[in-house]
Design a protein around this ligand. Structure first.
Ligand SMILES: Nc1ncnc2c1ncn2[C@@H]1O[C@H](COP(=O)(O)OP(=O)(O)OP(=O)(O)O)[C@@H](O)[C@H]1O
Length: 282
């Protein structure tokens, strides 16, 4: 299999700086097809700048980025990136157009990439994406200001899914959500990844999200990705930030919560299996 089939995102030797302020130096990262990769790091370590570089919104000073086999860093401008329709992005805060309804927001990328679609088909696709994002049908005709924070995130997700992307970029999707809303959003992300076969690049500070749904976690520190691995393997590393992050009080609480969730799932599965046992009358 070719490299881009196995790794839809490949970043090599990336350098980003704003004036004297160097954000990334010789940063490399390979994202595997079909995984949910969590991207973590202290505030200001450049997680969003990395995402913006990958989707061509930030031109790096050096390095090479390939997405789905296309060299993003060779593109002259945004329109030169032919594969923009193959990814969807949920920016921090949703970045919805406030003067458009949720359905109209979802229709924006559809109209851009498929200008010949009929109005009826546009509406139908938008309604389907709204439903896929777990919003009630009536949300389609609402304006962003009429929605709760959690519903706005889902509306942003509906727009990110508009073009049936292969890659989904999520920038702090659970930030600002209550724990129940955050857990529901995590499960939605997992379901979408499993049913649509998405590769998900997920920037987060949310330890529960990392434990619950991420296959691997990339850690940004010292201007580069210092490790990419499963959480159990990251815990074996003795980097101070990794230890403080995953083994600090919040990290341990998230780990304990995951153990409890797994135990509850196992108990439920056992109970279900018992219910399905044939009744021998004994
Ligand atoms: N357009 C810009 N001009 C100048 N500096 C910028 C620009 N964009 C980002 N930066 C700086 O780059 C650094 C990394 O920013 P970025 O938003 O990627 O951090 P982050 O890791 O996503 O942080 P957080 O977790 O707080 O969201 C910050 O110091 C930020 O101020």
């Amino acid at each position: 299999m070719s490299q881009d089939a196995d790794f839809p995102i490949v970043v090599e030797g990336l350098r980003n700086a704003f004036g004297e302020h160097v954000i990334h130096e010789d940063l490399s990262l390979k994202v595997r097809r079909g995984e949910i990769i969590g991207v973590v790091g202290g505030s200001g370590t450049g997680k969003s700048v990395l995402m913006r570089s990958i989707i061509g919104l930030q031109v790096p000073d050096a390095g090479r980025i390939d997405v789905l086999g296309d060299e993003i860093t060779a593109a002259r401008d945004d329109d030169d990136i032919d594969i923009r329709s193959r990814w969807g992005v949920l920016f921090q805060g949703g970045a919805l157009f406030s003067t458009l309804t949720v359905a109209e927001n979802v229709e924006v990328p559809l109209k851009e990439f498929y200008p010949d679609l009929s109005e009826d088909l546009l509406h139908e696709i938008a309604r389907f994406k709204v439903m896929l994002s777990g919003l009630p049908p009536e949300a389609a005709s609402k304006y962003p200001s009429e929605l709760s924070g959690g519903m706005r995130k889902r509306a942003g997700l509906a727009r990110a899914l508009a073009l049936d992307p292969e890659l989904l970029f999520l920038d702090e999707p659970t930030a600002g959500l209550d724990p129940i809303g955050a857990a529901a959003f995590d499960q939605l992300t997992l379901e979408l990844q499993e049913t649509l076969g998405l590769t998900v690049f997920l920037i987060t500070h949310d330890l529960d999200t990392l434990y619950e749904i991420c296959d691997r976690v990339a850690v940004l520190a010292d201007k580069r990705v210092i490790a990419v691995d499963t959480i159990p393997n990251l815990l074996k590393l003795d980097h101070p930030w990794i230890q403080e992050y995953f083994n600090g009080p919040r990290g341990r609480a998230a780990q304990a919560a995951q153990t409890r969730t797994r135990a509850a799932h196992k108990a439920a599965a056992r109970a279900k299996a018992m219910d399905n046992q044939p009744d021998t009358g004994a």
